[in-house]
Design a binder for this molecule. Structure first.
Ligand SMILES: NC(=O)c1ccc[n+]([C@@H]2O[C@H](COP(=O)([O-])OP(=O)(O)OC[C@H]3O[C@@H](n4cnc5c(N)ncnc54)[C@H](OP(=O)(O)O)[C@@H]3O)[C@@H](O)[C@H]2O)c1
Length: 268
C-alpha cells in the first residue's frame, strides 16, 4: 500500500514502537489518529509531527474497555474522515510463572492484545472494504513459539496470528489486506527490568525500535502477509511449526535459566 494521502488509525501510538512508526507514516504522507491512554504523551507526539509539517490527531482511550471501541473508531473517523489503514500496536505483557499469574492481568492481556484488535477490525471493515484498506497486526516471535513464563502473552499473540491468517484468507479478493508482523524482543519500555536482565543472561537478541519500524513500514508498502523479524528467530518460527519437539529440547536449558527472573528472585 502506498502511504501518501492515507488515513491511519494507530493504536499504541505513544509507545516505543508506535511513536516512531507514527512519525515514519506521516513522513511518507499519511495522516494519523494517535490512539492511547496518555493524553500528554500523545499531545507531545502530535506537536512534533506538526513541527515537521505533518498532520496527526489525538484520540485518548483505554483500549481494554472493549464496550467503547465503537466510539473510538467514530472519533477517529470524525477527525480524519474514512480510515484506510488500521495498525494494532497497543499491547501489554506479563513475565511470570503461570500459576502466579493474576487472573485479572491474564484477562486484560488477552483482551487488549487479541479481542481489541479483532473488534477494531470488525468496526472498521465496512470503510476498509470501501476504500481498499489494510489491517496490520503487530505480533511477536512469541506468537509462533510458545515461551515459558510468558504464557498469557504467548497465547494472545498466537491468537492474533491465527486471527490474521484466517481473516486474510476470508477477505481474499475483497480488496482488503491483512498483515501480521512479528518482531523479536525490542529495546522499549515494554520490557521490564527483569526481562532486560533475563535477556542479557540468556543471550536473547534485542532489536532497536528504529530498525523494527523500518521493517513494519516496508511490510506495509509491500503488502507482506506475514513477516517474522530477525534471524534466527524467523527460522525457529518455521521449525517450531513442523518439529515442535525439537524446539522443546533446544529451549529446555534456556527455560530453566529464565525461571529465576520470572519468579523475581534473580537478585536475591
Ligand atoms: N518491545 C518488545 O520487546 C516487543 C517485541 C515483540 C512484539 N512487541 C509488540 O509491539 C507492540 C508495541 O510494543 P512497544 O515495545 O512499543 O511497547 P510500549 O512502549 O510499552 O508501548 C505499548 C503501547 O500500548 C499502549 N497500551 C497499553 N495498554 C493500553 C490500553 N489499555 N489502552 C490503550 N493503549 C494501551 C500504550 O499506550 P499508553 O500507555 O499511552 O496507553 C503504549 O503506547 C506490542 O503489541 C508488543 O506486543 C514488542
Amino acid at each position: 500500500m502506498k502511504l501518501t494521502g492515507k488515513n491511519v488509525l494507530l493504536t499504541g501510538a505513544a509507545g516505543g514502537i508506535g511513536a516512531r512508526l507514527a512519525q515514519e507514516l506521516v513522513r511518507r504522507g499519511a495522516r494519523v489518529a494517535l490512539v492511547g491512554r496518555k493524553a500528554n504523551a500523545l499531545a507531545q507526539l502530535q506537536a512534533r509531527i506538526a513541527d515537521s509539517g505533518g498532520e496527526a490527531v489525538v484520540v485518548t482511550a483505554d483500549l481494554s474497555d472493549t464496550a467503547r471501541l465503537g466510539e473510538v473508531v467514530a472519533r477517529c473517523h470524525d477527525a480524519l474522515g474514512g480510515i484506510d489503514l488500521l495498525i494494532n500496536v497497543a499491547g501489554q505483557l506479563s513475565f511470570r510463572p503461570f500459576d502466579e499469574e493474576d487472573p485479572a492481568v491474564l484477562e486484560r492481556i488477552i483482551r487488549l492484545n487479541l479481542v481489541t484488535p479483532m473488534l477494531l477490525t470488525r468496526a472498521l471493515l465496512p470503510q476498509l472494504r470501501e476504500r481498499g484498506g489494510r489491517i496490520i497486526n503487530i505480533g511477536s516471535t512469541f506468537g509462533a513459539i510458545g515461551f515459558a513464563w510468558f504464557s498469557a502473552y504467548s497465547a494472545s499473540k498466537f491468537g492474533l496470528r491465527g486471527f490474521s491468517e484466517a481473516l486474510r484468507r476470508e477477505l481474499e479478493g475483497s480488496g482488503v489486506g491483512v498483515s501480521y508482523i512479528a518482531p523479536r524482543a525490542v529495546r522499549t519500555p515494554f520490557n521490564t527490568g527483569a526481562i532486560y536482565r533475563m535477556a542479557e543472561a540468556v543471550g536473547m537478541h534485542m532489536d532497536e525500535p528504529a530498525w523494527v519500524v523500518k521493517q513494519i513500514v516496508s511490510a506495509i508498502e509491500r503488502d507482506t502477509p506475514e513477516a517474522h523479524l530477525g534471524f534466527p528467530e524467523k527460522l525457529f518460527a518455521r521449525i517450531n511449526a513442523v518439529l515442535p519437539r525439537l524446539v522443546d529440547a533446544a529451549l529446555r536449558k534456556q527455560n530453566r535459566a529464565m525461571e529465576a527472573f520470572a519468579r523475581g528472585v534473580d537478585q536475591e
